[in-house]
Design a protein around this ligand. Structure first.
Ligand SMILES: CC(=O)Nc1ccn([C@H]2C[C@H](O)[C@@H](CO)O2)c(=O)n1
Length: 109
């Protein structure tokens, strides 16, 4: 079944809404997103919905193949990006690069 939701750590919300963060790198468990589908995005911490994203592509990529270009799309340096990924997924090699575009903001209650 096509996933319809995605979570992000709250600290990345502003960058996503500003269009500064246009990819995310996830593990095996999140490789099932479907290009063309739209997902509702909420914060991991509180489950607060804040936007909708259209999934543009999902591609496998190895941790060791990450470059400055990927970091730029995450609005980070490559060192920062690698540190973030290792903190979330210790020791991971196989990642999935999910690119997306902002489809709409969700109203704050
Ligand atoms: C909250 C959750 O379930 N998982 C993740 C995994 C990754 N991210 C962010 C962190 C980096 O910007 C990229 C690369 O992994 O994606 C996230 O916000 N939440």
């Amino acid at each position: 079944m096509t996933p319809t939701t995605m979570t992000f750590f709250e600290r990345f919300e502003a960058d996503i809404l500003a269009g500064k963060k246009t990819i995310t790198l996830r593990d095996e468990a999140e490789k099932y997103y479907v290009p063309g589908s739209v997902v509702t995005v909420s914060t991991f911490e509180e489950g607060r919905e804040f936007c909708r994203l259209e999934i543009l592509s999902v591609e496998p990529i190895l941790f060791d193949a990450l470059t400055d270009y990927h970091a730029e799309q995450e609005n980070m340096t490559l060192d920062e990006l690698k540190e973030v990924i290792q903190a979330i997924y210790p020791g991971i090699q196989q990642l999935y690069l999910i690119s997306y575009q902002l489809k709409g903001l969700l109203k704050v209650n």
